[in-house]
Design a binder for this molecule. Structure first.
Ligand SMILES: NC(=O)c1ccc[n+]([C@@H]2O[C@H](COP(=O)([O-])OP(=O)(O)OC[C@H]3O[C@@H](n4cnc5c(N)ncnc54)[C@H](OP(=O)(O)O)[C@@H]3O)[C@@H](O)[C@H]2O)c1
Length: 250
């Protein structure tokens, strides 16, 4: 039997990359998946490609009204949310700490962090009432070690990991598990600076015990574990999926 048969999931940032791979994997396992991104026409195309179990709803995760609409639309259509994946993220504000301004700080917090806070607070009460649910926050190894010239990105991802632990402690007794995944380098648009150039990609991959460039599907399979029965005894955890990259700094 499919692992997520009949489950209702929201996956943010699912128009491409890791979020899309998670949506595809959840659909493969029988879930209905509401996908979001900023552009309705792109989402419509993705939904056509993945199949009828996907519902596309445009949502800028940095905007409270959009988040409310995403959750209300899902609940109106399917009655509940069983799985929430906070995946949408950005790394627009890169550079030395001393050159970052408050506008960049606020944008990074709104998109990478406050979005997860708003979505968890909108969705978790229903999960608690029903006594079950799984929330998965896509963090990063940059939330565990500082990314060079990526202070704002690292800061939001570190906070997301702590947010995950805090919600896990409070919601666990109500049957809701909250976990994070910290990917290393995965081949997506967001990370193309690190893999498009052959020399830069090789230098990265050669520092990993697992000598291939990570793929979105390798994160999606971990999300499936956390979403489904296989993760029933796991909460508050951050799964590091980086081909062993972080080991190289020890
Ligand atoms: N790739 C890596 O190496 C890597 C490593 C560690 C962690 N991560 C994390 O993994 C997650 C997914 O990243 P990815 O690599 O798959 O990136 P990606 O290929 O660039 O995809 C990002 C997704 O997020 C959506 N998105 C961006 N800003 C949004 C916003 N304000 N509101 C709604 N949706 C938004 C994008 O859709 P639209 O542009 O259409 O809105 C797209 O669907 C992120 O949280 C990222 O930090 C990635």
């Amino acid at each position: 039997m499919a692992q997520l048969d009949g489950q209702i999931a929201i996956v943010t940032g699912a128009s491409r990359g890791i979020g899309r791979a998670i949506a595809e994997t959840f659909v493969r396992e029988g879930a209905r998946v509401v996908i979001c991104g900023r552009k309705q026409e792109v989402l419509d195309q993705v939904a056509r490609e993945i199949g009828p179990l996907v519902t596309p709803v445009a949502c800028h995760v940095g905007r409270a009204d959009d988040i409310r609409n995403l959750v209300d639309t899902t609940v109106a259509e399917f009655g509940r949310v069983d799985i929430l994946v906070n995946n949408a993220g950005t790394n627009v504000a890169q550079g030395p700490c001393l050159e970052m301004d408050e506008g960049q700080f606020d944008k990074m917090v709104d998109v990478n962090l406050k979005s997860a806070f708003r979505l968890m607070n909108a969705v978790a009460p229903g999960m608690c009432e029903r006594g079950s649910g799984s929330i998965i926050n896509i963090a990063s190894i940059s939330g565990i070690r500082p990314q060079h010239h990526g202070m704002l990105y690292s800061m939001t991802k570190a906070a997301l990991i702590m947010m995950t632990q805090s919600y896990a402690v409070e919601l666990g007794p109500m049957g809701v598990r909250v976990n994070a995944i910290a990917p290393g380098l995965i081949q997506t648009k967001l990370s193309e600076y690190y893999w498009k150039d052959d020399a830069r990609r090789d230098s990265q991959v050669n520092r990993q015990p697992v000598r291939h460039l990570g793929q979105p599907s390798e994160i999606a399979e971990a999300a499936l574990l956390l979403a489904g029965g296989g993760g029933s005894y796991m909460t508050g955890q951050t799964l590091v999926i980086d081909g062993g990259f972080l080991l190289s700094s020890i």
